[in-house]
Design a protein around this ligand. Structure first.
Ligand code: SF4
Ligand code: SF4
Ligand code: SF4
Length: 367
């Protein structure tokens, strides 16, 4: 039987529809295969584990395969190999082939710095559903400043080669103080490569709570400009169309004392480089030992979800009663990483929200 091709838009509709109807089943697994990466971006939230000590504690190939078997037994459909950079595991090709043979739909997040001839050939012969890579500069000088490497040309070549080979490459851009002045040039470069410019601008603190990287966050005024021009506000505006969503539509206190008000745990979970299952990459506890004999994806997913969904504010948290929570970047995971307390407001997020509200009120603008 010939291969049936499905258009990207149709696939997107199909997958969203499928996921919506599946209703709270573990369908998507993000494997943090390694935290290693030869780039050392200052903004990186996993840079704190990009060292030998953390590498030594990573799982063996055999254990990664056991985890993949458990995902298959749990009817997981979509896999995302992430990190760090998963291509820097010496056994990446073996793990990828095993996952491919198990029938998963695979996405790979990578800097592409580790894309050698063998891996390229493998991707051509057994294509992933998608490769996502982050390009934060439009020239070698800034690339070096951001990543501390001279791999700009190599990165561009790798993107070109993959696209030319017919592989779907999503090129993302993180806008920070380091590259704000180059945004338009990066956009031109990304588009000249045949990809869609996909920017975001939030730098998240490192997983161990180190906040040095947050110094790279945009000034709130610049953040507002970027969000309106390229970010989620521009997307909301496009989606709202005739309906024209107003700020009022998006504000109002969230009822009850529920701490989680996002999509965490709806159908997605993470597996850390040490084999622990979590339902949000920023909420590292509680976790579940997926490798333990007898433990399963379903049991872990539902028990972690039960715990997180029954989470209620214990203090008189400002965020708990804040009417802007739905438009704020605050969430308990990020709050914990940044302040050590899951109920505490995060100053920068508060500032951004205030600016947005003020801007909308002053300009009587619609989102
Ligand atoms: S390329 Fe990605 S994983 Fe590597 S250091 Fe930069 S942000 Fe981190
Ligand atoms: S990071 Fe925050 S907003 Fe995102 S899924 Fe986790 S808890 Fe929800
Ligand atoms: S961080 Fe500030 S604006 Fe955001 S939800 Fe908490 S109190 Fe509200």
């Amino acid at each position: 039987m010939g291969m049936m091709l499905i258009k990207e838009k149709e696939y997107k509709d199909f997958s969203w529809d499928f996921r919506r109807k599946a209703n709270h089943k573990p369908l998507v697994a993000h494997f943090e295969l390694t935290y290693r990466c030869i780039l050392h971006c200052r903004h990186c939230y996993s840079e704190c584990y990009n060292n030998n000590r953390a590498s030594r504690r990573e799982l063996s190939t055999k254990k990664q395969k056991q985890l993949l078997d458990k995902c298959k037994a749990g009817n997981v459909l979509w896999l995302c190999f992430t990190g760090g950079d998963p291509l820097f595991r010496k056994d990446f090709a073996e793990i990828y082939a095993y996952a491919k043979n198990s029938g998963f739909v695979i996405t790979v997040f990578s800097s592409l710095a580790g894309l050698d001839r063998e891996l390229f050939r493998m991707f051509c012969e057994h294509p992933p559903f998608k490769i996502e890579t982050t390009l934060n500069s439009s020239d070698a000088g800034l690339y070096h400043k951001i990543t501390k490497t001279n791999l700009f040309e190599r990165h561009i070549d790798a993107i070109k080669k993959l696209i030319n080979a017919g592989i779907y490459v999503r090129v993302k851009t993180l806008i920070t103080k380091q590259n704000l002045h180059q945004v338009e040039r990066i956009k031109e470069l990304v588009e000249s490569l045949g990809a869609v410019f996909t920017p975001s601008a939030m730098v998240y603190a490192q997983l161990n709570g180190n906040k040095d990287n947050t110094a790279l966050r945009l000034h709130p005024q610049d953040m507002l400009m970027i969000t309106k021009k390229y970010g989620h506000l521009s997307k909301l505006r496009a989606q709202a169309g005739e309906r024209k969503t107003t700020l009022k539509d998006l504000t109002g206190r969230i009822r009850g004392k529920k701490v989680l008000s996002c999509a965490a745990g709806i159908d997605t979970f993470w597996i850390t480089a040490r084999g622990r299952m979590i339902v949000c990459c920023d909420i590292r506890k509680p976790d579940y030992d997926l490798l333990k004999s007898g433990n399963s994806v379903e049991e872990g997913f539902y028990s972690l979800n039960r715990t997180l969904r029954s989470w209620r504010f214990k203090t008189d948290s400002l965020c708990g009663k804040c009417k802007y929570r739905r438009i704020c970047s605050w969430c308990p995971g990020r709050a914990f990483i940044e302040t050590g307390n899951s109920e505490e407001p995060v100053g920068y997020f508060c500032e951004l929200t205030k600016r947005l509200v003020k801007d909308q009120e002053e300009n009587k603008s619609r989102i």
